[in-house]
Design a protein around this ligand. Sequence first.
Ligand SMILES: [Zn+2]
Length: 267
Amino acid sequence: MDIRFFDAHCHLQLDAYKEDREAIVEQMRARGIGAIVVGVDYQTSFAAVELAREHKHLYASIGLHPNHTDEVFDQARYRALVQDPNVVAVGECGLDFFRPEKLDESVKAAQKELFRAQMALAAEADKPLIIHARPSRGTFDAYDDLIALVREAQAAHGAAVRGDVHFFVGAPEQARELAALGFTISFTAVITFARDYDAAIRGVPLASILAETDAPYVAPASRRSARNDPLAVEEVAAKIADIRGEDPEEVRTALVANTRLLFSLPA
Ligand SMILES: [Zn+2]
């Protein structure tokens, strides 16, 4: 099929879609929308791989989210799963300083340890990372720590440490720093109703940007509060072009090309 849009981050495997998953996947196919289905723990990672096996326009990412502290990271189990040809990335993994009820140094240290382990796994498998980074309220703290950890991992493993920083909510200079480290940043439909990220979107090269939905979360302005789905990536791509003041068709094709390049997807 001819891919016209790529949703670089969605969770189609979740129960939110248990009634109509196949209908949405078929609508995506009809409209030329491919997607990376992202796991947040072992069970959802496994389900992502199964979904990607069934559909040519879907790919899987496997990893353990920093908020899923009930699961102990079993490197061997993830290492076995990462070999599957439908797995194109490791994640979502990273740092979340927003969600923990009590954020102290031991919580941060545990998150960093878990993230380091997944960066090492990604480098070993030579697959990119899908990174979640959410700062504590009113700050950009998680991005400073993320940048430091990425530098440390690149010093140890080289350029094999690469990936996408999803749902970017950092500062424009942090976006530029991540782009300089070879990472892309991706934006959700939040940009259709919040203007906070316009400077970051304009401040990096188009080659450093991907479009995503993080569906079922954050529906676009056209249908706020409803469950989101990957079809909304069309609106995200159009809004990125609008914010940058660039030709929508050129931006659309560039966003698809950027996604293919990062995740080594066949043309
Ligand atoms: Zn997500």
